[in-house]
Design a protein around this ligand. Structure first.
Ligand code: FAD
Ligand code: NAP
Length: 345
């Protein structure tokens, strides 16, 4: 285990903003996890796990915390009937896991190609894109439980996965995830129900092989989201709100042209991006070095030299404007801390 002090979080997050972490602990093997938990307890500081920092916005003042990065990143597999169990250490890059699965001819996560971050945090967010979600294939998660001070295995049901949601978001920082276990299929069918994918294959004379599905998602995403090498961002800044079939009628009645989407787990999702774009004309808005991404207004991006405070001020103005149009309070998907977080409660 390596301990560093006062490490700038701007270097550990994709927004590239934020002050220092009081301590950064790098965990190199699973047996160091209890030691890291004890270290945080001794210091009387909260332990905050971090992966690729692609869904976090740390405060400009930094975090008075022990920020912990779990580094092991091995992938292993074992047969499980007609399927294959793939177990990835939490520190494995998510997209490396997708590349591994596609390379091994295993179906189930190809639509989740090119999502930044680690395999461990994928379970926190129940990552989703292009008509797929981690919950389609997740079997279980292994984690260290900070409350009970022991390793636990949580089944998919115990992870409480929902739309961009899990028990790990509800019980913040109780668990340090050490590995995720997925069940993938040796035979599969391409899921091209998502409009962008349907259109992609309609326009090209290519077969919907596993490799071509990954390539399609990579290409679509590359044209739509900010390149991380050039801009700071954490992807979609806000969560699409979920309504009951009855309560969605008010907002869909207000905007009859707006599409709505039924979620498999129940509830109806409305696309914020549609209202940001069509009603609020949010594209082009900025605060300091933070601005709304032109190709997807749900995404906030930042220029070199931007601060967390710039992003927060822009996000606050969007929340306020959205409320004045719809009477609905929207919430950030990106994790915020302390005073920044309180501004959206
Ligand atoms: P971090 O940002 O480091 O952490 C996120 C949360 O997980 C924090 O609460 C953190 O404390 C916790 N955490 C991290 N590691 C652990 C661990 N080992 N144990 C317990 N808790 C942990 N998300 C989608 O769902 N779909 C997308 O299509 C998508 N596209 C994106 C595109 C871009 C350009 C960007 C920048 C982001 C996108 N995201 C998307 C958001 C983000 O990539 C995901 O949420 C990703 O899973 C975050 O992984 P991370 O390792 O960077 O997590
Ligand atoms: P999009 O296709 O322009 O769609 C806009 C919104 O409508 C999205 O929020 C999407 O919801 C919803 N939507 C569109 N078609 C849908 C369908 N067939 N079924 C259900 N919902 C539908 O979105 P985009 O910006 O290009 O993103 C493409 C995919 O990548 C989306 O799945 C998006 O979630 C994901 N993504 C997520 C992040 C993040 O940080 N969370 C960042 C980049 C991309 P969903 O968001 O639920 O799909």
């Amino acid at each position: 285990m390596k301990i560093q002090e006062n490490v700038p979080l701007s270097g550990l997050t994709t927004f590239r903003t934020g002050g220092p972490a009081r301590f950064l602990v790098l965990i190199e093997s699973k047996d160091e996890v209890p030691e890291a938990a004890r270290f945080a307890e001794e210091k009387g500081l909260p332990l905050i796990p971090i992966g690729g920092g692609s869904n976090l916005l740390p405060p400009d003042a930094g975090l008075e915390a022990v920020v912990v990065r779990y580094l092991p990143s091995e992938i292993r597999e074992e047969p499980e009937g007609a399927r294959t169990r793939v177990i990835a250490d939490a520190g494995c890059e998510w997209d490396a896991l997708v590349a591994y699965a596609v390379g091994r001819g295993l179906w189930g996560i190809e639509n989740l190609s090119s999502i930044p971050g680690t395999a461990g945090a994928a379970a926190v967010q129940n990552i989703g894109a292009y008509g797929a979600a981690l919950s389609d294939t997740l079997e279980s998660v292994e984690a260290y439980d900070m409350l009970e001070k022991r390793f636990v295995t949580l089944s998919k049901e115990e992870c409480g996965l929902g739309y961009r949601m899990s028990i790990f978001k509800k019980e913040t920082d109780r668990y340090l995830i050490t590995s995720v276990s997925l069940l993938l299929s040796k035979t599969g069918e391409a899921n091209t129900t998502y409009r962008d994918l349907t259109v992609y294959f309609e326009k090209r004379p290519v077969t919907k092989t596993l490799g071509n599905m990954r390539k399609a998602v990579e290409e679509i995403r590359a044209g739509k989201f900010p390149p991380l090498a050039e801009y700071g961002t954490a992807g979609s800044f806000f969560l699409n709100p979920i309504f009951t079939p009855e309560s969605v009628l008010r907002i869909s009645g207000q905007y009859p042209q707006m599409p709505t989407y039924k979620l498999p787990e129940g509830g109806v999702k409305i696309p914020l991006a549609w209202i940001f774009d069509q009603v609020m004309r949010a594209k082009g808005r900025s605060e300091g070095g933070a601005f709304i991404w032109d190709k997807q207004p749900l995404v906030i991006a930042s220029e070199e030299g931007a601060s967390t405070n710039d992003v927060i001020r822009l996000a606050q103005s969007i929340v306020k404007d959205f409320f004045s149009h719809t009477g609905i309070k929207i919430s950030p998907e990106v994790r915020l801390f302390g005073e920044d977080k309180k501004k959206f409660e």
